[in-house]
Write a protein of this length. Structure first.
Length: 235
């Protein structure tokens, strides 16, 4: 087998030499063929790697494949949730936070929430009776220096923007918050008159758009923020 490869190599050298004299663009032969000949001579003359000795030039493809394998696996085979100790989803969050760019991903999760080991909170199908627990547990928000501390319910209406719902939906949610004695989160759409009209407690969520407290150029408006933050409904 070794003699076959040596014979093939010598034939290649002879073919390259003939093409050198017969083919017009000598510079192309010099750039492509001569380096391959030198690499083949180096592989045949060394005694460190048997693979390179028996298969000059071609034997180097093994090391090239080993070098390419992690990259091919990472970019073409591995999913966003695979990989250890950190998958691509976790790495993306780290990169985004390090660069101070948006690190939130909308529309749910890519994780398999039914796989073994995944943990979550679930509502109890056998809740405790009211006589055994406080029926209205609340948390006081604000320390001794706070001028307007707020006794917040532990269960409230989560963020849903006015722009995503409607006038009637917002008023219904806030009216329900007033009846139930809990708070209504405005969402990133900001504070609208319909959040205030029913009279329920409001958590004013201020997102990256500064809706309700922004100038026309998009910068933060401290005056508008101070005016709306002092409203009695806004907690």
């Amino acid at each position: 087998m070794r003699s076959f490869w040596i014979f093939s190599f010598l034939v290649s050298v002879a073919a390259a030499a003939i093409s050198w004299f017969l083919w017009t663009p000598f510079w192309f032969s010099f750039i492509l063929i001569v380096p391959m000949i030198l690499v083949g001579i180096s592989d045949l003359s060394q005694n460190k790697h048997t693979l390179r000795k028996n298969y000059p030039i071609l034997g180097r493809m093994r090391w090239m494949a080993e070098w390419m394998r992690p990259k091919v696996y990472q970019y073409f085979i591995e999913s966003d949730t695979d990989g250890a100790p950190f998958n691509r989803l976790s790495r993306n969050v780290i990169y985004q936070r390090a660069k101070k760019v948006n690190d939130t991903t909308p529309f749910g999760t890519q994780l398999d929430v039914y796989q073994t080991g995944y943990e979550w909170l679930n509502h109890s199908i056998v809740p405790l009776n009211h006589d055994k627990v406080d029926h209205d547990p609340r948390v006081l928000v604000g320390g001794p220096a706070c001028k307007q501390p707020y006794s917040a319910s532990i269960l409230n209406i989560s963020a849903m923007s006015y722009g995503s719902l409607s006038k009637n939906a917002i008023m219904a949610l806030n009216g329900g918050a007033k009846l139930g004695g809990f708070a209504h989160n405005t969402g990133e759409g900001g504070l609208s008159p319909y959040h205030l009209e029913p009279g329920g407690d409001v958590i004013w969520q201020i997102g990256t758009g500064y809706f309700g407290c922004r100038h026309k150029d998009g910068t933060f408006n401290y005056e508008a923020f101070g005016e709306r933050a002092a409203l009695p409904n806004v907690k």
